[in-house]
Design a protein around this ligand. Structure first.
Ligand code: FES
Ligand SMILES: [Fe+2]
Length: 365
């Protein structure tokens, strides 16, 4: 009986996104023990770990009668479909059809390159032959030695592209996060705004690095007393939607004491890191994987994770409201102001990257 070969590429590509890149499917601790169904760029993928410890990502669709494979069971290094029991190996080949002695090589499912790094499981959504493990985003995650991190994720009923805008313009902090990240302190909120206005931006091939100070912040529990703090913050935001933030915290006034900008290491009270990795789920929904933590030698800071969890929910709420308002007003276009400089720059980067991908695809065809 004739069977169709499995297409290597999706039938429909989401506009504005790149495919030849790694997307975070989940933190390892979320995916470790089970057969998980994840959705990335509107494609359903079943992720599991073989008995031998290899990660596998297959299209979550049995080629027989199109039942989701994620409903099935892992049998050793294979996955058995729950409906009629077809068994698939990690390379996508069907290795057993109950009641049938011959298995055609055409009975197979699409596989995706998958890799574990920085405590996360990353899936390459484009052409397999172009996948390159060295291109996994350079974040700090669970398992990277020296860091104590709190990791979590949240579903957002809004597009990944709205999240990009949010993460590229932190001037929303004094408003959206007034009661969390700036602890309800008007002077601290004003200082954050001043830092965001006076930031230095460097545009790279795939993203933007921004450096700024947030002075006179008040986070009483952060270092065990209520001294005001100055924070030096470097953010890297890069395709396909990863924000990595490195914080160095000092007693307030440190810049006046060291006008050269070369501050001795021993003056630092805390080194911390946070990241937000945005994975597009569908055209209008996404998932944020995030973590936050401090360098081992810094004093323990239990407030970091709590404040971060609350702040992420605040972002989710404003993005979901924004997505709803945009849906209700389809003819209206957002306005770009000076605070949106990096938003505009990043959109140009993404236009270039998506156009380059279209060129590669045209050559491959
Ligand atoms: S649908 Fe999977 S075995 Fe029939
Ligand atoms: Fe935010």
């Amino acid at each position: 009986m004739a069977t169709k070969a499995v297409p290597a590429q999706p039938a429909r590509r989401l506009e504005g996104y790149i495919y030849n890149t790694w997307y975070l499917a989940g933190w390892r601790s979320d995916l470790d023990t089970k057969l998980s169904s994840v959705r990335i760029l509107d494609e359903s993928i079943v992720v599991f770990r073989t008995e031998g410890g290899q990660w596998v990502a297959l299209e979550d669709l049995c080629p027989h009668k199109l039942a989701p494979l994620s409903l099935g069971d892992r049998i050793g290094d294979c996955l058995r479909c729950r409906y009629h029991g077809l068994k698939f190996a990690g390379d996508g080949r069907c290795v057993e059809i109950p009641g049938q002695s011959v298995v055609s090589a055409a009975v197979r499912v699409r596989t995706y390159p998958i890799v574990e790094k920085h405590g996360g499981i990353w899936i390459w959504m484009g052409a397999s032959e172009r996948s390159d493990e060295s291109e996994v985003p350079d974040i700090i995650g669970e398992g990277d030695s020296g860091w104590r991190l709190h990791s979590a994720s949240i579903d957002v009923n809004g597009s990944a592209q709205l999240l990009w805008d949010n993460l590229l313009d932190l001037s929303h902090i004094p408003f959206v996060h007034f009661n969390t990240l700036v602890a309800g302190d008007q002077a601290a909120a004003a200082a954050v705004l001043a830092g965001e206005v006076n930031k230095d931006s460097i545009v790279h091939d795939r993203g933007i690095t921004v450096e700024r100070w947030h002075s006179h912040q008040r986070r009483p529990a952060q270092v065990g007393d209520d001294r005001p703090l100055d924070e030096h913050i470097v953010t890297d935001f890069f395709a396909p939607g990863v924000l990595a933030i490195r914080f160095q915290t000092y007693d307030a006034g440190i810049c006046d004491k060291y006008p050269s900008g070369e501050i001795p290491d021993e003056k630092r009270l805390l080194s911390s890191f946070a990241c937000q990795v945005v994975t597009p789920v569908t055209e209008t929904t996404c998932k944020i994987f995030y973590n936050v933590g401090s360098w081992d030698k810094s004093p323990p800071d239990p407030t970091l994770g709590v404040a971060n969890d609350k702040a992420i929910v605040e972002d989710k709420q404003i993005i979901e409201a924004q997505q709803g308002a945009m849906r209700a007003n389809p003819g209206r276009k957002p306005m770009m102001l000076s605070m949106d400089q990096n938003v505009v720059r990043f959109k140009a980067i993404m236009r270039r990257l998506t156009a380059q991908e279209a060129d590669f695809a045209a050559v491959a065809d």
